[in-house]
Design a protein around this ligand. Sequence first.
Ligand code: NAD
Length: 272
Amino acid sequence: MPENLLQGKKGIITGALDENSIAWKTALKAKEQGAKFVLTNAPIAMRMGAINELAQECNTIVVPADATSVEDIEKLYAEAKEYLGGNFDFLLHSIGMSPNIRKGRAYGDLNYDWAMKSYDISALSFHKMMQVAEKQDVMNEWGSIVGLSYIAAQRVFPFYTDMADAKALLESIARGYGYRYGKSKKVRVNTISQSPTITTAGAGIGGFDAFYNFANSVSPLGNASAESCAEYIVSLFSDFTRMVTMQNLFHDGGYSNTGISEEIMEKFSDKK
Ligand SMILES: NC(=O)c1ccc[n+]([C@@H]2O[C@H](COP(=O)([O-])OP(=O)(O)OC[C@H]3O[C@@H](n4cnc5c(N)ncnc54)[C@H](O)[C@@H]3O)[C@@H](O)[C@H]2O)c1
């Protein structure tokens, strides 16, 4: 295992809800690799309380912030900067939620107020985090910003409904802001398109077990776990990936480039 990849680096990790969260695993890995960071989540998520245990384990604080609120983000950065004693080298956006999915609304029956919430929480908040960071000038040069996406941004997964559109927007924002932030401050911006992963957000999607198992039998390496995603995120925060920006990076065991696997062929063969 590499050591101290993030020694001396400071940042913010959003989205750790419970021990299954991709952000939770990222916090543990980032700590292991020498980073200092502040944890944050929506005030409503605080009620579950688990994030405080993680904060204790990581020897840090939690600053509640609704990622759709510019004011909350401003306060988050100000408090984090004071606590960490300086600007940030990395930001993790690990946030997603669709009221339409939660309430079982089909793609042809979207509640548009809820759809706007899905886009705001799951995509526009990424832009807000970067716009506030740039305005407050809280990122160090050669800093790294990562968001989490899913392949439904490119291909149709019927039960992903308005989250698919939110992910397409998220990936577009990574390109648009990546260009801008690269020019102005040499900050890189990428999204990681992760395999289906058993977390609160993931498992809340209708038919999750089917597309989890399907992806697992298509991918030559199998599905990428939350822990391996955390390792990939840490590598993107490290100095070894300084020229990677404006990319959507598939972290999916090879799923996105596989047409069919032997397992699936066997399953659908007439010769049994
Ligand atoms: N689990 C999967 O299958 C999968 C696959 C690809 C991408 N992703 C993405 O990974 C990211 C992390 O999700 P996860 O799977 O770890 O699930 P998770 O449920 O553990 O994390 C989602 C987080 O978003 C937070 N959140 C929701 N609304 C918020 C708001 N208004 N302000 C701030 N935070 C808010 C939640 O509190 C939660 O901590 C999401 O962007 C998700 O879409 C997940």
